[in-house]
Structures are given as C-alpha cells and as structure tokens.
Write a protein that binds this ligand. Structure first.
Ligand code: PEP
Length: 257
C-alpha cells in the first residue's frame, strides 16, 4: 500500500491576509523552481482571517497547493460568538482542518472527547480532519508516551466507520518537541506512529491501518525531514515554524530531492 505523503504547514497565529498571499505565492514559486511534481501533498494551514485570501490566490493562480483551517466549531450556525463552522470552511475551499492541536488542548482545555466530536463534524462536511495527539515531557519521562497517545487516538476515533478512517490524517506531535527545536529522533517518531497504526489495525483491520496517514510534528525542518520520512510509519509532517518561510517549506515538501 502506498500512501501519498503530506507536508502540512501550520502557520498558527502568524501572517496577516496580505502576508498570506505573499507566502503562498512565494511557496508556489519555490516549488516550481524545484520542478516539484506534487507527488507529496502540500497543505498550508493559515489563521481563519487569511483563508479567503489564500483561496483567491490558489484559485487565481491555479495552484496545486491545498489549504485548511486550524480549528472548527462543533456547531452548524447560530449564537456561538467567535466560532467558525465547518460549512463556512468547506465553502472557502478548505480540504483539511486541524483538530486537537496541543495548543488548543492546553490553552482551551480541549478534551479527547471534544477533539473526536470536532473530527466528526469536519468529516461530515466533506473535509479531512488532521487529528493531533502527543504527550507532554513528564509522560514521556515516565515511559507512558505510547499508551497515552494510543488512548488519545482511540478516543478521537469513536464513531468513525472503516471507510471514514481510511481518509483520516493523524498527527503525532510530542508536545516537548513543538516549537522547541528539540526534534524527536526518527526512532521516537516511528515508535509512536507504528503504535497508532497498530491500534487502527486492531480497531478496524489491516487495510484501514495501511490506508490512514500518520504525520510527525515537532521541530521538523529541511535538515531532519528526510530521516523522519524514511521511517515506515511516518507519512508526512505537520510543520510549524519552518512553514513560515517559503524556501524552507518548499525544501521540506521536496524532501525526496
Ligand atoms: C506545530 O505547530 O504543530 C509544530 C509542530 O510546530 P514546530 O514545527 O514549530 O515545532
């Protein structure tokens, strides 16, 4: 089974809508200069306020870059001040929505249950959830990282059918590696990504496990990406800081060359 690799750039709360246009155009130019063939999917995940600008840039220039959102509301519409619905994101052409990023879990108290519900809403609206999971340093030090992450993923998959799970993306992001420059070793990344795939095989079947894409995130850059991607169960990267520079993110996406 060959899974199409993905490199997704999580811009977090960076880039206004004008900078977003420049970054997407710059990325497209860098990829074109490298004769990039898009055999790896390239996704940008800007703040909500940039999505319309990214959409018009992608559509106007006929770019193969995909885009998505960093979060979503559980609700369809109505009196939910400050929230953005899945339908709104779908209408803006989003392909992906990140759910359960560790910063949302930490600063907004998002639980495994809520993350699972958000993932359901995303899938029900025809987009692909990128479901984030990962342990804090304390849990890793205790040696409980695999069971912790497997528990998070199990909770998030509640209610998904086999056909739906095949389309999902899981991002394993050890919290101690996010934005710290301290990347997990390729073996660390593989240990947990493999355990996630084994969980999916146990909950569904091997076909589903072979289809689901599992990303690693945490201080990925153009220097470490190749080794991470050489791991059999790592299908891509969720990239924060390094996705804010067009040339660096293009190099990451083009890790095979
Ligand atoms: C992230 O934002 O999900 C992330 C992995 O950030 P960074 O690459 O900067 O560690």
């Amino acid at each position: 089974m060959t899974r199409k690799p993905i490199m997704a750039g999580n811009w977090k709360m960076n880039m206004d809508h004008l900078e977003a246009i420049q970054l997407v155009q710059g990325l497209a130019m860098e990829l074109s200069d490298r004769n990039f063939d898009f055999s790896t999917e390239v996704v940008v995940i800007p703040p909500f306020t940039d999505l319309r600008s990214v959409q018009t840039t992608v559509d106007g220039d006929n770019l193969k870059i995909k885009y998505g959102a960093q979060d979503v509301s559980l609700f369809e519409s109505g009196a939910y001040t400050g929230e953005v619905s899945a339908q709104m994101l779908k209408k803006l052409g989003c392909s992906y929505v990140v759910v359960g990023h560790s910063e949302r879990r930490e600063y907004h108290n998002e639980s495994d249950e809520l993350v699972g519900q958000k993932a359901q809403v995303v899938a029900a609206n025809g987009m692909v959830p990128i479901i984030c999971c990962g342990e804090v340093l304390e849990i890793r030090k205790e040696g409980n990282h695999v069971s912790h992450v497997v528990g998070q993923v199990k909770a998030a998959l509640q209610g998904f059918t086999s056909d739906q799970v095949k389309e999902l993306v899981i991002a394993y992001e050890p919290v101690w590696a996010i934005g710290t420059g301290e990347v997990a070793t390729p073996a660390d990344a593989e240990e947990v990504c493999k355990a996630i795939r084994e969980l999916v095989a146990a909950l569904y079947d091997q076909d589903v496990a072979d289809a689901i894409r599992i990303l690693y995130g945490g201080s990925v850059n153009s220097k470490n990406v190749k080794e991470l991607m050489a791991q059999p169960d790592v299908d891509g990267g969720l990239v924060g800081g390094a996705s804010l520079k067009a040339d660096e993110f293009a190099k990451i996406a083009d890790y095979q060359n």
